[in-house]
Design a protein around this ligand. Structure first.
Ligand code: AMP
Ligand code: MG
Length: 318
């Protein structure tokens, strides 16, 4: 199959309506999209990405008024968060009704709903008149794509079309939040921070870790967002600049703030990955606010491989 980059959202909408999959731009990263109400179309997403079948997909809708079509109970906090952050990079995990097919949610009884902000994605939603299931448009476990060309590098020959919406303006995935009784729980850190959510809801927000996280959010794996070249996390990048071992330094310290770091995170990893280094080395950012989402991606991109200081391994899960 030849993969073409296209510019007309109507062509992308036709693909989805016909039960095929197509890559679409969102403000976070590019998505691989299918009609969420068509199980055989959704199956193509899992097959194409080689995504494990226990990993549920995010369903995109055009507005919050759509939520009641697919979710049972919508807590007040959802409306409060949405007032400020939707359309945008936040995903709400709610108890599902029977309209969304089980394959979309990997058989669990919740559905993840997001209202994307990218104008082209929104046009496709309106033209299709259907909810759209879309994980990131990369092969499973790999770096998320933030341009149409990145999608081609991942999926060339596997899909018909990539709708080109330019470079994603955010560059890191949505925050995934779950609502339980009166509690708000972050399942995946993303562009909207814990502090942002606390401010608009007036409630304390918690983060799930370890085993609890695996049960509540299947698909959150230790290894993800990974370059082909082994990535190590170090304390002292200066040391590696002087080591003659063909190491690629990915230094996010060059950016002015965390938003700019998030914007360049995946593209810098991808560029470094294409340069035939023996290994890559990076450093974590300060672990607060948006820094939590950035560090989550970096730790997973390194597959828990190692934390090194002055060349000696301090911590390794491999
Ligand atoms: P991706 O679209 O690949 O960026 O990943 C979306 C992530 O959202 C998945 O890996 C899941 O961990 C999470 N997710 C999607 N649907 C649900 C759900 N119903 N309950 C909990 N987590 C979910
Ligand atoms: Mg992904």
């Amino acid at each position: 199959m030849k993969t073409s980059i296209i510019n007309n959202p109507a062509d992308a909408a036709l693909e989805i309506t016909a039960g095929r999959i197509v890559a679409l731009p969102t403000e976070t990263v590019y998505g691989l999209a299918a009609d969420a109400l068509n199980p055989s179309a959704v199956l193509k997403i899992y097959e194409t990405k080689k995504r494990p079948d226990f990993n549920p997909l995010i369903v995109h809708v055009s507005g919050i008024e759509e939520f009641e079509k697919y979710a049972e109970i919508i807590p007040e906090s959802v409306f409060k968060i949405a007032e400020t952050y939707s359309p945008g990079p936040i995903t709400y995990v709610l108890n599902k009704n029977s309209v969304i097919p089980d394959i979309v949610t990997a058989g669990i009884d919740t559905v993840a709903l997001r209202i994307p902000a990218h104008p082209l994605f929104r046009q496709v939603l309106t033209m299709c008149g259907k909810p759209i299931a879309a994980p990131s448009a990369n092969m499973f476990g790999r770096i998320s794509p933030t341009t149409a060309e990145d999608v081609l590098k991942e999926l060339d020959g596997k899909i018909g079309y990539v709708l080109d919406g330019g470079r994603c303006r955010i560059g890191i995935e949505s925050t995934v939040v779950r609502f339980e009784d009166d509690k708000i729980i972050i399942l995946r850190h993303g562009f909207v921070t814990k502090e942002d959510i606390e401010k608009v809801t007036g409630k304390e927000v918690t983060t799930l870790k370890g085993k609890a996280s695996k049960i509540s959010s299947p698909g959150m794996l230790l290894s993800h967002y990974s370059p082909h070249t082994p990535l190590y996390i170090a304390e002292d990048l200066e040391y590696f600049k002087n080591v003659n071992a063909n190491a690629g330094i990915v230094d996010f310290g060059v950016y002015r703030d965390l938003k700019e770091t998030a914007l360049n995170l995946f593209s810098d990893l991808r560029i470094a990955d294409e340069k035939n280094f023996n290994y890559l080395v990076t450093r974590l950012v300060e672990n607060k606010g948006l820094g939590r989402a950035i560090n989550d991606r970096l730790v997973k991109a390194s597959s828990g491989r190692a934390v090194v200081e002055n060349g000696s391994v301090l911590f390794s899960k491999k």
